[in-house]
Design a binder for this molecule. Structure first.
Ligand code: SAJ
Length: 443
């Protein structure tokens, strides 16, 4: 027993005992890019794991040992399912004898720009009738500081149990970067903060059996804010280099050369690169959870608002630069043929959520252009009532286009072959690495 275990209430000591002797059953609610890797990790650590998801297809696939998540292979998942260490269900009732439960459900924004906690609330409300003592609940979904204490805690205490005594509640931000193999759920340090110190200790004990490094902080709010500062840092720095594009264009400087030169500084600088906008469901959204919360305490988070304004304006800026390049060659956008390379929101992933590529394609179509795209990871996409299917041969499509637009620079694309046959290339990612050729125009 570690020294701080002595300060635990009996229910807490019982849980610590279960977690450290491999007798525990745990549940993971939400089997997405965060939940499934976590469920696999907990199962590999020796827990009996029950995964819960509302999607019957995902549940059936997991129970067949088939993974729907990029980072989890069949070779990893199938043995855990066959051995009975991991199973999936749509029914919360199967969690009634769990000792610990992690909640990793989506936290999107509403159309109004406000946080949408409906998935967290739904999970908490379905969980409450099943709660028993002892049990620990850990929220992983990215949200504003205060959510765990102000929204989840009251729901769970409707069970009649007292958090910090019979029941334990903590927050632990997810740090999963899909497709990444160097930093994984297992070896990425995991921050965790509880409603009470006992909650922190109990929750940390559950994760310490499976995750290499667990960083205990003093409260759920600190843990919630940790995630938001991480992703606000990215959004603000990406916005800063995107504004550098506008500055360098006015000064007649190559922003890419400037950034490469600045990146030679071995300390006090961190390289970010400009682009056509900010995609993904983390970076564009997480900071807005923070600025929304700060409005409720009458503070205007200027950096976040400004970063969002600059990043959101980039697709329109890129289309304006494309129009300028076409105009300089005596061509109109209207009626011209464009090939956009890359629909995904970042290289080597298939995710198109918030992808600036879709904004660029939409804006070109609004100007009367005929737009096709090529993306080896995205065979087709739908967005707000319209959609496209990827061409199969990008070199042939480039040959037939008036302008090729590089929006997301996936690896493995024949950029040399495309450059050779293209009349004009607008390169918003410096994918051609300079290619100082009259027909290549860089952001
Ligand atoms: N982007 C730029 N310039 C940059 C970096 C990114 O324009 O210098 C753009 C990307 O093209 C993309 C968007 O920003 O459209 C977001 O890119 P990202 O690299 O931040 O990728 P994400 O959205 O997958 O962010 C995730 C985050 N992980 C979690 O939230 C758990 C983030 O915290 C990670 O730091 C990031 O991956 C990562 O490091 O790759």
């Amino acid at each position: 027993m570690s020294p701080n275990d002595n300060n635990l209430p009996p229910a807490g000591r019982k849980l610590v005992e279960k977690f450290t002797t491999g007798q525990a059953r745990v549940g993971v609610i939400g089997l997405g890019y965060v939940g499934l890797p976590l469920a696999v990790l907990l199962a590999e650590a020796g827990y009996r794991v029950i995964g819960v998801d509302t999607d019957e297809g995902k549940v059936a696939a997991v129970n067949r040992g088939e993974s729907h998540v990029l980072d989890i292979s069949r070779e990893t998942l199938a043995p855990l399912v066959e051995s009975g260490s991991l199973s999936a269900t749509t029914s919360y009732e199967d969690l009634s004898d769990a000792d610990g439960i992690s909640i990793s459900v989506p936290t999107p924004l509403r159309k109004t720009g406000d946080p949408d906690l409906s998935h967290i609330l739904s999970a908490a409300r379905k969980l409450t009738p099943l709660l028993h003592s002892p049990m620990v609940v850990i929220l992983e979904s990215t949200t504003y500081p205060g959510t765990t204490r102000e929204v989840v805690l009251p729901e769970l205490e409707n069970s009649g149990l007292t958090v910090g005594e019979d029941l334990f509640l903590a927050f632990s931000p997810e740090r999963v970067d899909p497709g990444r193999t160097d930093w994984t759920t297992k070896n990425t340090p995991k921050v965790i903060g509880g409603i009470t110190d006992a909650c922190t200790t109990v929750a940390a004990t559950m994760y310490k059996q499976a995750i290499d490094s667990v960083v205990e902080v003093s409260s759920t709010e600190v843990a919630e804010m940790t995630k938001l500062i991480e992703n606000t840092f990215r959004a603000v720095n990406i916005a800063m280099v995107n504004e550098m594009v506008l500055m360098c264009e006015r000064l007649g400087l190559d922003v890419w050369e400037v950034i490469e030169a600045a990146a030679t500084k071995p300390f006090g600088f961190m390289k970010f690169t400009p682009g056509p906008g900010l995609g993904g469901h983390c970076i564009p959204i997480d900071p807005l959870y923070l600025s929304w919360k700060l409005k409720s305490v009458k503070y205007n988070a200027r950096f976040i608002e400004l970063a969002s304004e600059i990043n959101t304006a980039m697709p329109r800026y890129v289309v304006q630069r494309i129009q300028d390049a076409m105009n300089e060659r005596g061509k109109a956008v209207q009626g011209a043929k464009f090939l956009v390379l890359g629909a995904a929101f970042k290289p080597n992933v298939s995710d198109t959520r918030e992808s600036p590529a879709i904004d660029v394609i939409g804006l070109l179509r609004d100007k009367g252009a005929e737009v096709s795209y090529f993306d080896p990871y995205v065979p087709a996409f739908e967005d707000d009532g319209w959609g496209l299917t990827s061409v199969s041969d990008p070199v042939k499509a480039a040959q037939e286009a008036d302008c090729v637009v590089i929006v997301t620079d996936h690896d493995g694309v024949d950029y040399a072959g495309i450059q050779e046959v293209s009349q004009l290339i607008f390169d918003s990612r410096n994918a051609l690495k300079g290619g100082a050729e009259e027909k290549v125009v860089k952001l």
